[in-house]
Design a protein around this ligand. Structure first.
Ligand SMILES: [Zn+2]
Length: 281
């Protein structure tokens, strides 16, 4: 027999507040309320609407797979409210994006913003869900081989995302222009590309927890690499003008990507606090 306190709530038997305890007895899970020394039996988990009883949740991360039924209960509780919240923001942002331009680049940016919001929401749900016990298992596997490997993986992932999202358009772009001695260098990167790259940065930061800032050092490296690759492919001479261009564009792109990644991470954390706050209502 194992038992686990999952949070606090209002007891349907006596009306008092207490700790909600799940007990597993010969393969079945039963819900109990504990008011100090006094215990109330509520019923088998399958017949109890936990979401209507719970005031606060605790120990998200200590659930075992034996309590997987709870995932369904909380999954729905979280989904319905948060999806509306995200939908609201998404629609406002889409409207802004579309109103800036009548052609399709505005639509592209709107859809990019929508996808970034959707992914952020998924991350928030994932991190709040009681299961699985090991979060980000694939990324954690790479991380378990060493931070060095994880940073190389991050570097590659960021570079691939950046290149893959280059065809995306947006009414807003970052333009870097440098006049060299002979040639002039110019580059335009759409906001859609930077948003998706930032999303990937925000995602790859999550398993690192409070060491996540390390990824910020990888960002300029990725951009320098991409720029040099571009120069080699174009067989440009690496003159002073190009090096100035390289430094300037790396600085701008890194600063914007890091700022956006920070904003996305903050959004995920705000979403999570809203979701946990809802469980208290
Ligand atoms: Zn009671």
């Amino acid at each position: 027999m194992s038992s686990k306190v999952i949070g606090r709530g209002l007891c349907p038997k006596c009306g008092g507040e207490g700790s909600i305890v799940l007990k597993e007895i010969s393969g079945k899970i039963y819900v109990y309320f504990k008011h100090g020394q006094k215990w109330c039996y509520v019923g088998p988990l399958s017949e109890v609407n936990l979401s209507s009883l719970i005031l606060t949740l605790e120990n998200y991360h200590s659930f075992t797979t034996k309590f997987k039924d709870i995932k369904k209960v909380f999954g729905e509780l979280h989904m319905s409210k948060a999806l509306m919240f995200v939908l609201g923001i998404s629609l406002i942002l889409s409207a802004y994006s579309l109103s800036t331009n009548v052609n399709l680049s505005g639509l592209a940016l709107a859809l990019t913003v929508l996808s970034v919001l959707t992914f952020s929401t998924l991350i928030a749900f994932y991190e709040l869900s009681p299961l699985p016990r090991i979060k980000y298992s694939y990324l954690a596997l790479i991380l378990s081989k060493g931070l060095y490997y994880y940073l190389i993986f991050t570097f590659a992932f960021v570079a691939i995302t950046f290149i893959a999202s280059l065809p995306l358009t947006s009414p807003y772009s970052i333009v870097v222009n440098v006049q060299g001695n002979v040639l002039s260098y110019s580059m335009s990167i759409s906001l859609s590309t930077l948003l998706l790259t930032s999303m990937v940065v925000a995602f790859l930061q999550r398993p690192l927890r409070n060491k996540g800032y390390i990824i910020y050092f990888i960002i300029p490296l990725s951009f320098v690499f991409l720029m040099l690759l571009g120069a080699i492919v174009a067989q440009d001479t690496l003159d002073i003008g190009y090096l100035r261009f390289l430094a300037l564009s790396t600085m701008f792109l890194s600063a914007i990507t890091i700022a956006l990644a920070f904003a996305i991470s903050t959004f995920i954390n705000v979403l999570k606090s809203i979701l946990v706050g809802e469980a208290r209502l």
